[in-house]
Design a protein around this ligand. Structure first.
Ligand code: XUL
Length: 517
C-alpha cells in the first residue's frame, strides 16, 4: 500500500489530503482552521493588521501549531506509516525571517516538544508579511527605479514590482529594521519554510513560487543579481537555492516519524505556491485550460503556451510546476468581499442565493466595484466599494440588488482584467470553497459565456501537492494521476445566451466605473 500526502498551508487554514495510490481513491482530507482551532493568535481569518497602513501579517508559530494539530488529526483517520511520498504548497509571497539558530534547530526537531516552541527562538522577525500586505509602495518605486523602469523588472521577474511580493517586503524589512536584518540568516517563503520543517532540512524554493518574489529571473530560473542588489544588501546569502519543482529534498523529518508514526522512508518533494499547485490539482498543467479559484482571494490562471505579460502590470507570470510558465491574475476582494456583503444584511447563504434568484442579470442597471478592502487587480487604495445606480442602491438599502451587483462586479472585473492572457478555450474549470455554489457559478458562466466545470475536490491545492509527490517520488505519470484523482462534476453549467448582451453592456459600464478610481 502506498499513500501520498499533500499539504496546503493557506491563508485561513492548513489542510491535508491523502491519496491511496493502489486503489486510486482519495483516502482522507483534513483541515485545521486558524481562527477556530487557535483562537489564542487573535487571527480569526489567519492574519492580523500591522500598525502601519497596509501592513498585514501572520504568525509563523500559528502555522506550526496548526501543523502539529493537523498531524494529530490525520493520525486518527489514516495509517501515516503507509505514506511514501509527501509534498505541499503555501500561500504565495509570504516571507519568514530566521536567524542563525534555524538550520540546526530544523535539522534536530525534538518530538517531546512542539514545533512552535522550538522554532520561536529561530525567528529574527516575529511576524511574516503575507500576500494581503500593501505597505511597500515606496519600496516598489525604489526597486523599479534601480532597475530602470517597469518594463525591465517585468521582463526579468515576470511582474512589475508588486507590493505583496517578497522582494519589496524584504526591502521594507531591511530599511525599517536595520538592527534585525543583519541577524536574519535565512528568508523563506511560506512553502519552503513548511517544507523545511517537514523534511527537517533547509529547503530550496521552487521555480513556481520563486517567481512571486520579484527576485527570480524567469528566463534562467536563478536569483537575478540586479533584482537582488536593488532589494537589500547581502541578500543572496540569505535566500535558499532555487530548484525545479521535481526536486526530492530527502526523507521526512524524524520529528514526524517519532511523534506521528510516519514512515522514515517517506520522501519529500519540495513545496510550491498554492496557485501553481492548484494548476496541477485541476489537471490543467498543459496549456489549453483556464481555471478560476474562488478562495480568500479569487484567482484566474492558466498554463501558458508562450510567455506573455500583462501590459497593465497587474498580472503575473509564475513557474508551472510541470515546466514552462503559468499566467495568474489575483483579485484580493474574493470570498471576504462576498462574506462582507452577506453579513452586512445578516443573510444566511440560502438567503444570499435566493437574493440572486429574485433579481435579474445586469442588476437593473446598477453596478458595483465590490472593493471592501484595497484591491490589486486593478490597484485601488480605498476601503469602500464603488456603487453607481439608483439612490436606494447607492445607499445600500436594496440588499438583494447589492448582493447580485457585488457578484457581477467581481466577475466582470475579472473578465476585463484577464483578457491579456488571450486564452480562448470554451470551458472554465473552477475550484475553491465558493465553487460549490451553483448560483455564483451561473453568473460566472453567463458573464464569460463559457461552460463551467467544477472540481469535485475543493482542495485542489492539496490534491496538486499529493499528485506532485506521487509523480516525482513514485514515478507515476502525471496524466495517470490526473485520470485517477482529478474529478469534475458531471453537471456542467452552461451559459444562458440570452444574457450575453446584458453582460456586454454591463462590462462596458464597469469599465467606465473603473476609470473613476
Ligand atoms: C497570488 C496571491 C494569492 C495567494 C494566496 O498572487 O497573492 O492567490 O497565493 O492564496
Amino acid at each position: 500500500m502506498a499513500y501520498s500526502l499533500g499539504i496546503d498551508a493557506s491563508t485561513q487554514s492548513i489542510s491535508a489530503i491523502v491519496l491511496n495510490l493502489d486503489d486510486n481513491e482519495i483516502l482522507c482530507e483534513c483541515s485545521v482552521n486558524f481562527g477556530e482551532n487557535l483562537p489564542k493568535y487573535n487571527a480569526p481569518n489567519g492574519f492580523i493588521n500591522g500598525n502601519a497602513t497596509g501592513e498585514i501579517f501572520a504568525d509563523p508559530l500559528m502555522w506550526l501549531d496548526a501543523l502539529d494539530i493537523l498531524f494529530e488529526k490525520l493520525q486518527l483517520i489514516c495509517d501515516l506509516n503507509k505514506i511514501t511520498s509527501i509534498s505541499g504548497a503555501g500561500q504565495q509571497h509570504g516571507s519568514v525571517y530566521l536567524n542563525d539558530k534555524w538550520i540546526k534547530t530544523c535539522e534536530n526537531l525534538d518530538p517531546k516538544s512542539s514545533l512552535s516552541e522550538q522554532i520561536a527562538p529561530c525567528l529574527s522577525r516575529k511576524y511574516s508579511p503575507i500576500w494581503m500586505d500593501k505597505s511597500t509602495t515606496q519600496e516598489c518605486q525604489e526597486i523599479t527605479h534601480s532597475l530602470g523602469g517597469n518594463r525591465e523588472i517585468c521582463r526579468k521577474s515576470g511582474s512589475v514590482a508588486i507590493e505583496r511580493f517578497s522582494g519589496p517586503q524584504i526591502r521594507r524589512f531591511y530599511k525599517n529594521h536595520l538592527e534585525d536584518y543583519p541577524q536574519t540568516k535565512r528568508i523563506h517563503l511560506v512553502s519552503s519554510f513548511i517544507c523545511s520543517i517537514i523534511a527537517g532540512k533547509d529547503s530550496a524554493i521552487d521555480t513556481g513560487d520563486g517567481a512571486g518574489m520579484n527576485l527570480m529571473n524567469i528566463d534562467s530560473n536563478t536569483w537575478d543579481v540586479d533584482l537582488l542588489k536593488a532589494t537589500a544588501p547581502g541578500l543572496l546569502d540569505r535566500l535558499p537555492n532555487i530548484s525545479q519543482g521535481n526536486t526530492i529534498i530527502g526523507c521526512v523529518s524524524g520529528y514526524f516519524v517519532r511523534k506521528f508514526n510516519l514512515n522514515s522512508e517517506a520522501e519529500v518533494v519540495i513545496f510550491t505556491g498554492d496557485n501553481p499547485s492548484s494548476l496541477v490539482g485541476m489537471a490543467s498543467s498543459s496549456p489549453g485550460k483556464k481555471v478560476i479559484s474562488l478562495g480568500t482571494s479569487d484567482t484566474f490562471f492558466a498554463a501558458m503556451p508562450e510567455t506573455l505579460s500583462d501590459p497593465n502590470g497587474f498580472g503575473h507570470v509564475f513557474g508551472n510546476p510541470s515546466g514552462g510558465s503559468m499566467s495568474l491574475q489575483c483579485f484580493l476582494n474574493g470570498s471576504l468581499a462576498r462574506e462582507k456583503v452577506r453579513k452586512k444584511y445578516k443573510f444566511s447563504w440560502e438567503e444570499f442565493n435566493q437574493a440572486i434568484k429574485d433579481t435579474s442579470p445586469g442588476s437593473n442597471g446598477n453596478y458595483m466595484l465590490p472593493f471592501f478592502s484595497p484591491e490589486i487587480s486593478p490597484l485601488y487604495d480605498g476601503q469602500n466599494p464603488i456603487l453607481e445606480g439608483t439612490k436606494s442602491f447607492e445607499n445600500w438599502s436594496n440588499p438583494k440588488l447589492a448582493i447580485r451587483a457585488c457578484l457581477e462586479g467581481q466577475f466582470l472585473n475579472m473578465k476585463i482584467h484577464t483578457k491579456w492572457m488571450k486564452s480562448n478555450t470554451s470551458t472554465i474549470y473552477v475550484t475553491g470553497g465558493a465553487s460549490q455554489n451553483n448560483t455564483i457559478l451561473q453568473i460566472i458562466s453567463d458573464i464569460f459565456q463559457s461552460d463551467i466545470k467544477k472540481s469535485e475536490v475543493t482542495g485542489s491545492v492539496a490534491l496538486g501537492a499529493a499528485m506532485r509527490a506521487a509523480q516525482h517520488c513514485m514515478k507515476i505519470d502525471l496524466s495517470i494521476l490526473e485520470n485517477n484523482f482529478c474529478r469534475f462534476s458531471n453537471d456542467v453549467i452552461n451559459p444562458n445566451v440570452d444574457n450575453e448582451n446584458i453582460y456586454l453592456e454591463a462590462e462596458s459600464n464597469i469599465k467606465t466605473l473603473l476609470l473613476t478610481i
